[in-house]
Design a protein around this ligand. Structure first.
Ligand SMILES: Nc1ncnc2c1ncn2[C@@H]1O[C@H](COP(=O)(O)OP(=O)(O)OP(=O)(O)O)[C@@H](O)[C@H]1O
Length: 312
């Protein structure tokens, strides 16, 4: 596979008159976690369904694991694994039987099952019907089933929606382990915190369009609100600093000064040089960037509906 796991250009999809994806471009380097972030109904599942060949696009093109989505759908399918929002596991079967079903489907050989059960901490529960599993156990089994056949690229459609914080963190650890093992993860989420924690790159999807794409840090830098905070030894030094940097404001504590800016090295150097020239020295310096909630608000003009849930 080339360095690029997924390349998407101008992908479009409408259901009837409703345009769900209005020409999206995505680039996912191999061996990374890419997060498609967006609120309910933004078009995340539709994107996953298109890229996993479940449905056909109306326009645009995509290559997944080096294969053209339309011309070589079979090649795409052989290279990917998908874990959906509605787990593909069969409630009436045991964990072992569900895995066996997947092994038979993928002609993978049953020898992989004990290792997968152990990896996902399901050993001991494998003979129980999945109906008795907790939500976290179901998700883990679903992901274990996805790994049968060792896919290069794994699509995880909202893998932690509905999970309690502890199970969510366990799932995050599992996802990080997978990437450490060399796979590429395409993760959809409505949780800003999840994208922030896991993703190497994030694309923000809103009403069928990508409104921003980059690392979490890049996205945070794009919006106003970044500032450098300087703490001085005494109020006189802080006052002197505020005089030489016209855009600076002073905090109530009297010794801290805030300077709006992106916190990039060039602007930091200029700021420190200017203070130096005036014989003023800060005791502490920190760069403050807004969080992804601020980014979402700035990009879409709306606050993020899942923020509450993500911080529960
Ligand atoms: N088969 C379909 N027929 C008609 N409309 C559809 C179909 N599938 C999805 N939609 C509509 O497309 C829009 C995007 O849906 P999609 O499931 O891709 O969003 P999402 O970002 O995954 O949201 P969620 O977080 O709720 O899963 C929604 O308005 C949905 O109602």
């Amino acid at each position: 596979m080339s360095d690029s796991a997924i390349e998407v250009t101008g992908l479009r999809k409408a259901f009837g008159t409703k345009v769900v994806l209005d020409g999206i471009d995505l680039h996912v380097p191999a061996g990374t976690i890419f997060s498609l972030l967006g609120p309910n109904g933004a078009g995340k599942t539709t994107t996953v369904n298109l890229l996993t060949t479940l449905i056909r696009a109306d326009g645009g093109s995509a290559r997944v694991a080096g294969h053209d989505l339309i011309k070589n759908a079979r090649g795409v399918r052989a290279a990917i694994g998908v874990t959906g929002q509605f787990a593909a596991v069969d409630d009436l079967l045991t964990g072992q039987e569900n895995l066996q079903l997947m092994v038979d489907l993928k002609r993978a050989g049953s020898a992989v099952i004990p290792g997968l059960l152990e990896r996902f901490d399901l050993t001991g529960a494998e003979q129980k019907a999945v109906a008795t599993y907790s939500g976290g156990m179901r998700r883990k089994l679903d992901l274990a089933m996805t790994l049968v056949g060792a896919p290069q690229i794994i699509f995880l459609d909202e893998p932690t929606t509905g999970l309690d914080p502890r199970s969510r963190r366990t799932m995050w650890d599992i996802i990080r382990d997978l990437v450490a093992g060399g796979v590429t993860i395409f993760l959809t989420t409505q949780y800003l915190e999840e994208a922030d924690q896991l993703a190497d790159r994030i694309a923000v999807l809103d009403q069928g369009r990508i409104v921003a794409q980059g690392t979490a840090a890049e996205l945070k830098r794009q919006i106003p609100g970044s500032h450098v905070r300087l703490r001085f030894g005494d109020p006189a030094a802080a006052e002197a600093a505020a005089r030489v940097v016209p855009s600076a404001t002073r905090d109530d504590d009297g010794v801290t000064v805030r300077v709006p800016g992106d916190g990039g090295t060039a602007s930091l150097r200029e700021l420190l040089n200017r203070l130096d020239d005036h014989g003023t020295h800060a005791e502490e310096l920190s760069v403050h960037t807004p969080d992804l909630d601020d980014v979402f608000l700035a990009l879409t003009g709306r606050s993020h509906p899942a923020t509450e849930a993500s911080t529960r």
